[in-house]
Design a protein around this ligand. Sequence first.
Ligand code: ADP
Ligand code: MG
Length: 231
Amino acid sequence: LEEQMRHTEKMVAVGELVAGVAHEINNPLTGISAFAQLLLEETLTDDQRESVALIKKETDRAKGVIHDLLLFARNTERAAGPVDINDALGQVVRLRAYPLRNGGVDVQLALDPSAPRVSGDAQKLQQVLLNIIGNAEYAMRDRPHRVLTLTTQGHGDTVSITATDTGKGMPEEVRRRIFEPFFTTKPNGVGTGLGLSVSYGIVRAHGGTVSVESVPDVGTTVTIVLPALSA
Ligand code: ADP
Ligand code: MG
């Protein structure tokens, strides 16, 4: 518990710092990108066009990182409303249906129809599920056997959501660090290392917990437990 509290304090402090910096960087990047776009509409030599296109592309990539940073920084705010976890999960699966099918992932859904609703922010909870499903997709991309099993289960005053993948898994020294902001094992430009720290912050803000079990070369299970509405 003490370790968890230290972690939460650290997250809040880093979050505030990051929010400030991200806002300051986002504005000039938006300007650079917009003016690069305007330049591209001018008559340019091929070399000039190539350079300006590169400015635009790299600026937009940096904006993508800033977008993740802002999500990370804002995760301590909390809007409250009743959220049906089955609906939230269903929507995220629909959103990812195309890439999942394209990636040859067999999605198994086992939703508990009597899972209680939770109190919170549906969009943020969907962001969490999107992050977790995105990680699972990535972990399975080179695997011959790709199954993503998603479950919900009501337990009276709590509801759990699990995502089990048949991906490459992770060793203990990686698993221990996955909730650290900016920790990633993915190549530059692919991962920001913010997905799970953002998710951790969102779930904690909903009074819940996230745990991860993983076996290298077998797969990973992420479990989220949230308090039921009016429990
Ligand atoms: P990112 O996806 O940008 O790397 P995350 O915070 O989402 O950042 O994840 C951090 C790291 O945790 C990943 O780089 C990866 O090493 C590990 N990880 C997360 N989910 C999984 C998974 N389902 N299977 C294997 N490794 C995972
Ligand atoms: Mg991720």
